[in-house]
Design a protein around this ligand. Structure first.
Ligand code: AHR
Length: 509
């Protein structure tokens, strides 16, 4: 626990200066056919003793609904570029089996397919983000999938959907044009992929009232050249300029956090203080990466027509001992929660251009919200950050400045130990504070400028140490509790314990 040291920090929030709307889709999720995310995660099958609706596990649905989950990306990831959607429709016992060559080299029975995914989205109340196959698919196959999902009349694909039991078309707002085309999605050059993305997108039609946001598979981390080529190819498209339509409306990028030695090189729960700080420094690197992509996009698209989407983010540690390394099952500690807290502050700051983000992944894979073991279900520390922060969804940015915060030298650079962001919706402000010191308390005084405010609720999430986690025996070891916070003389004053994430809800006069 905390030693005797108490640091102090000062911050300012302009409660009357609102900025861009923070899209709720920044709180999006990702479910791949990988390890136990779908099978033995979301999907238990209709005959399971675990309570389910049409095969979908209900305790998971309930937990995610409590987060106001805005969207779910599926079926990959790398899996998306090996997935042929016709394998996953029709009677389950007649669906072909395929090899999942990316993840554990296991055999996939295709019992969870298009109808099951759309059913899951309906149960969650979440928008569908379907990721199509560019790497090993065809333009026609992708065009047919869009038609199958979203067309209402008696076109060939709409008929096929009806034969499989679904009369009405679904709404699909988000469509991915392949994944990691620079790697598992086909090892393409940026120039080649950019042409492919334009071609595939052209044939992904808006049927009836459905409007697709087509998302081009973007860069790895700070590969700004990839983004530059995508943007140039998009904005210089002759036909698109002629008719005023852009073939794709967003470009993505992926950013995974570790402590600097690479993904999949160290344990989720066994790490020392220096690895903890290295991880936090890596997490704050998200800001440099987003700033870079935004600068490139601004130069090609000053009108802000094209969105930036971070459709894979999160920590990537060694798989837990005794589990299939290809299943990417990892525990989730206070350290992971703080990575999420820092990322959300950054996402909020770049809300003008960044309109969606998807944590990898929702259940039993990488930085998960939920871990299951048979009938047991555990909510991770990261889950609680999503819950505590959900008031930022579709709220308006508030300008915040952190002044006089403690910092620490990490790898020759100063790492600020306090991260913060704020938003306002309906005369209620939400402040989020992530405190990165491993061992000291920090008393924070936040000048609340522009409007009078009173504290409605303050909560804090922390644990005995940065390595604390939840499991079936200790499901609430890391869970939010009330935090003392008060407004005095126009300043919000609170003391944060070490390695903590806190939120304060304010009523504005
Ligand atoms: O999320 C796991 C994998 O990480 C995804 O399949 C891939 O896109 C990325 O490399």
């Amino acid at each position: 626990m905390a030693d005797a040291v108490t640091a102090s920090a000062r911050a300012v929030v302009d409660l009357d200066v609102t900025g861009h709307r923070i899209s709720r889709h920044i709180y999006g999720h990702f479910a791949e056919h990988l390890g136990r995310c779908i099978y033995d995660g979301f999907w238990v099958g209709e005959d399971s003793a675990i309570p389910n609706e049409r095969g979908i596990r209900l305790d998971i649905v309930e937990a995610l609904r409590a987060l106001d989950i805005p969207n779910l990306r599926w079926p990959g990831g790398c899996f998306a570029d090996t997935y042929h959607w016709r394998d996953g429709i029709g009677p389950r016992d007649q669906r072909p089996r395929i090899a999942n060559t990316n993840w554990g080299d296991v055999v996939e029975n295709n019992h969870f397919g298009t109808h099951e995914f759309m059913d899951l989205c309906d149960l969650l109340g979440a928008d569908a983000y379907v990721n199509g196959n560019v790497g090993s698919g065809t333009v026609q196959e992708m065009a047919d999938w869009v038609e199958y999902l979203t067309r209402g009349d008696d076109s060939p694909m709409a008929r096929l959907r009806r034969q499989n039991g679904r009369d009405e078309p679904w709404k699909v707002p988000f469509w991915g044009l392949g994944n990691e085309a620079w790697g598992c999605g086909g090892n393409m050059s940026a120039a080649h992929y950019a042409e492919e993305a334009r071609r595939y997108a052209t044939f992904c039609h808006d049927h009836g009232g459905n409007r697709l946001t087509r998302i081009a598979a973007g860069a790895n981390e700070d590969d700004l050249e990839w983004t530059r080529v995508l943007m140039k190819t998009l904005m210089e498209c002759h036909g698109c300029t002629l008719y005023g339509n852009l073939p794709y409306q967003a470009v993505s990028f992926h950013y995974y956090t570790h402590s600097g030695s690479g993904i999949n090189t160290e344990d989720a729960t066994a790490f020392d203080e220096s690895q903890f700080y290295d991880t936090m420094a890596y997490a704050t690197g998200m800001e440099r990466v987003i700033r870079g992509h935004v600068a490139v996009m601004d130069s090609y698209d000053p009108q802000n027509r094209v969105s930036l989407v971070c459709d894979e983010w999160g920590t990537w540690w060694n798989a837990e001992q005794g589990t299939n390394p290809g299943f990417l099952f990892q525990q989730n500690t206070v350290r992971d929660a703080l990575v999420a807290g820092v990322h959300f502050d950054i996402f909020h700051r770049y809300a003008r251009r960044l309109t969606m983000a998807n944590i990898a992944q929702t259940v039993n894979v990488l930085q998960a919200m939920i871990l299951t073991d048979g009938e047991n279900m555990v909510l991770t520390p990261t889950y609680h950050v999503f819950e505590m922060n959900k008031g930022h969804q579709d709220a308006e940015q508030l300008v915040t400045h952190v002044l006089d915060a403690p910092s620490r030298s990490v790898g020759g650079e100063e790492l600020p130990l306090l991260s913060m962001s704020a938003s306002v919706k309906d005369d209620r402000a939400l402040l989020s504070l992530t405190h990165l010191s491993a061992d000291a308390d920090c008393t924070v005084s936040v000048d609340l400028r522009g409007r009078d405010a009173s504290v409605l609720r303050a909560r804090v999430l922390t644990g005995e140490s940065t390595t604390s986690f939840n499991d079936a025996e200790h499901a609430d070891r890391v869970a939010p509790v009330a935090l003392e916070a008060a407004v005095r003389d126009g300043a919000l004053v609170l003391t944060l314990p070490p390695h903590a994430f806190a939120t304060v809800e304010l009523q504005l006069a």
